[in-house]
Each structure stands twice: as C-alpha cells, then as structure tokens.
Design a protein around this ligand. Structure first.
Ligand code: RFL
Ligand code: PHB
Length: 398
C-alpha cells in the first residue's frame, strides 16, 4: 500500500489529523492496534477547549457536540470547605465545553468511511522504518498477513506507549519527566452531577474532582496512592470518600449509583523533544503527557495536529517546507505552557506524601491569593480555556 501520510494510532490526535488532511485532499491511512469497539469504549477526558471544538466545527463534525456538549462558564477550586469560583467566561470571553473524549472519538470514527478515510483496526507488530529518509514505511500484521505501507511522512499519534517515539534514535532526542507519587481513581455513573460546574478539591485525605459527561452522567475522581488497586475500592467506599473530600456543602448533592467504569490512571508530566525526526512527526501523548488536573491532554493533541495538518497541507499543496520545519518548535511552545499549568495545578490541589507543614502553608497561601486576586483568577482562566494557537494557524483553523 502507498499513501502520502501514514498515521499510527486512532486516538483523538490520529483521527483529527486524518480528517484534517483528507479535507484538504491529502491522502492518509490510519493504522490502529486495538479494535474499533475498544477505542470507542475508552473513558478518558471530558473538557474541551475551543481550539478543539473549532477544529471539529471546521471539519463539519460538531453537530452532536453542539447538541449534547455542555458549555461551562467557570469551575471551582475547593479547600477546607471553601469554594473559589474561577469565572472563565468573565476573564477570557470564552467558555469550555464538557463533551467526552469517547464521544469525540466516536464522532470522528463514524464519519471516517463517508469521507474516504481508511482506518486499519487490530494491526499488530506495527514498526516504523527509514524515518530519517524521504521514503519511510510502516510494517504490521493484519489478520495474520504481513503488510507494508509506503508514505512520504509518518505521523506518530500512538500515545505514550506506542512505537513511534521509540523509533527516534536516543542521540536525536531528549526527554523531560516527572512521575507523581499517586494516581487518580475514576468512577463513571449514570447519576446527575452534584454541581452545575466542575469542582477540584484539596482535602487532607487527598484530591477529589467532581466532573460530568451530561446532566444524567457523572464522572468523579479521587487521588490514590500508587499501590492501591481498583478492587480495594468497592463503590460504597468510593462514594463515602468523595463525600468526605468534596466537603459538607457539596456532599448532600452527591447522588450515588453503580459504577459503569472504574479505573486508576497514573499521573505523569513528560515531554519529548524534538517532535520531528526526519520524516516522522510526533503528536499528542506520543510526544508529551500532562497530569489530568488541568484538562489539557486531549486539547494538546488537538493543537499539535492543528499545527501539523496545516504544515503538511502546505507541503503537499505548495511544496513549501516552512511549516513542517517549524512544527516541533511551534507545538512545543504551547506544550510547555500547558505542562507548566498542569504541573502547577497538580501541586496546588494534591497532597504529596513527602510534603510537610511548609508545603501545605504554601498551598493555603496560594489558594488565598487566588481567592482574593482578580489577576490570579484571570491567569488560571486563560490557561484553563486554552492559550491561543499562533495567529496564522489559528486563522486557518477557524
Ligand atoms: P491516545 O488517545 O492514547 O491514542 C493513541 C492511539 O494509538 C494506539 N496505539 C497504537 N496503534 C498502532 N500500533 C501501536 N503499537 C500502538 N500503540 C498505541 C492506541 O491504541 C490509541 O488508539 O493518544 P492521543 O490521540 O494523543 O490523545 C491523547 C488523549 O487521549 C489524552 O491526552 C487525554 O485523554 C488526557 N486526559 C484529558 N485530556 C484533556 O484534554 N481533558 C481532560 O479532561 C482529560 N482528562 C485524561 C483525562 C486522561 C486520563 N487518563 C485515563 C490518562 C482523564 C484521565 C483519567
Ligand atoms: C473528566 O471529566 O474526565 C475530567 C475533567 C477535568 C479534568 C480531568 C478529567 O481536569
């Protein structure tokens, strides 16, 4: 098989890139390790910046998002029972949209065949070859048959554990990493949310988050240590813990229900530089991870592919290499700012096992400063709704 861009991974980064390229008549093929049902069933992110919703609108794939997405004009930080509301609309003029990554993925997959985008599911042993030349190719097994796809470029959109980043020689890249000494235990349940907006809570027993997917479906998380297992957390224990950590004002509004899904995710900050090696481009979690506290992971995947699609389209349409040459630097400029925001919010809202009274006083002082300062709230708000893309790309992504 032959195509212009072979995309590895059918997560949000790979699917969005495939659609953006196809819309501009660039040929792309997506190769995915998992089955379609597995990819469509994964429960992950819930908060979309308008960078992300703008891309879906530009693709004409935002009909369900418009109908079912919940515009949120603010969220709260809670500490010791006090709620500090961050009015993102007032400070930035923009809301965020609560719409599950699961739904985004389903919408993109559903529209793929009618737009001529091929997704090869359940491809095993995916391997990248000759990425430092202008004729790279990808091999894999599909239904017991060995396959090969030749392309001009490879887009590594295969998440943190995929093969793309590993195809860059150690001497050609640098990584930066912080692993946090805890994870998030998440529960999804068909019960009404406890509040109209998200609440991020710092409690002596650890962080908790009240989120949602719709007016009838709630998503909650609690910070757990890394040696905890999902089996240690029967539903009742988790609901009790959420009531305690979210505080006396919120607790009476929590409706309990059976878990549709329960899982533990580790927390990590990670950046790989550069995001290009020869004919290989990395995008999304393949190149960087943020702890979920800032709700930035999916949105960074979207901003990466906004830059990357723009650059690849320019290359195939006009033969210009300026965009692809600038891709890594442009994407990383936004990535590092989101890394900073996610790290800072994680430090502010979690209890770290090695922290003492000094670190706690720092959290209290920072939260008091945020509560009393319009400028501090504005800074949080502009990061939460998403920092702007570079102006030229932003214009083309409208
Ligand atoms: P993905 O979604 O991991 O997709 C990568 C795809 O590549 C496939 N793959 C392979 N394919 C072929 N061959 C191989 N060898 C392969 N290895 C892997 C995988 O099967 C998969 O289909 O990466 P992508 O597209 O970069 O998207 C990134 C986002 O999924 C991620 O950043 C977010 O989910 C992070 N995140 C959040 N982001 C937000 O913007 N807002 C949020 O509110 C938010 N909440 C979250 C989150 C992530 C969480 N977890 C589970 C880590 C909440 C949680 C709990
Ligand atoms: C979610 O609803 O899954 C969610 C929301 C906000 C976050 C992280 C996860 O910061």
């Amino acid at each position: 098989m032959k195509t212009q861009v072979v995309i590895i991974g059918a997560g949000p980064a790979g699917l969005l890139l495939g659609h953006l390229l196809r819309q501009a008549n660039v040929d792309a093929l997506i190769v995915e390790r998992q089955s379609r049902a597995h990819v469509e069933g994964r429960i992950r992110a819930g908060v979309l910046e308008d960078t992300t919703t703008n891309l879906l609108r530009r693709l004409g794939l935002d009909e369900r998002l418009q109908r079912e997405g919940l515009p949120h004009t603010g969220f709260s930080l809670a500490d010791g029972g006090r709620l500090i509301r961050i009015d993102v609309l007032k400070h930035t003029g923009r809301p965020v949209t609560v719409y599950g990554q699961t739904e985004v993925t389903q919408d993109l997959i559903k529209a793929a065949p009618e737009r001529g985008i091929d997704i090869l599911w359940e491809a095993s042993d995916v391997a990248l070859h000759d990425v430092d030349t202008a004729a790279p190719y990808v091999t894999f097994q599909e239904g017991g048959n060995a396959r090969r796809i030749d392309a001009r470029f490879v887009a590594g959109c295969d998440g943190f554990h995929g093969p793309s980043r590993k195809a860059v020689p150690a001497s050609a890249g640098k990584h930066f990493e912080r692993v946090y000494p805890f994870g998030w235990l998440g529960i999804l349940a068909d019960v009404p949310p406890c509040n109209d907006e998200l609440i991020y809570a710092n409690h002596p027993r650890g962080f908790a988050l009240a989120s949602m997917r719709s007016p009838t479906r709630s998503r909650y998380y609690v910070q757990v240590s890394m040696d905890e297992r999902v089996e240690d957390w029967p539903d009742d224990r988790l609901w009790n813990e959420l009531e305690t950590r979210l505080g006396a004002e919120v607790a009476p509004h929590i409706t309990r229900g059976p878990a549709l899904e329960k899982s533990i995710a580790p927390l990590r900050s990670y950046v790989f530089e550069p995001m290009r090696h020869g004919s290989l481009f990395l995008a999304g979690d393949a190149a960087h991870i943020v702890p979920p506290t800032g709700a930035k992971g999916l949105n960074l995947a979207a901003s990466d592919v906004a830059y990357l699609s723009d650059a690849l389209i320019e290359y195939f349409r006009d033969g210009k290499t300026g965009g692809i040459d600038a891709y890594s630097e442009r994407a990383l400029a936004r990535v590092w700012k989101s890394e900073r925001f996610s790290w800072q919010l994680t430090k502010l809202m979690h209890r770290f096992p090695d922290d003492g009274p000094f670190e706690r006083r720092m959290q209290v002082a920072e939260l008091e400063y945020i509560a009393s300062s319009d400028a501090a709230q504005k800074s949080i708000a502009e990061n939460y709704v998403g920092l702007p893309l570079q102006a030229d790309v932003a214009r083309r992504c409208q």
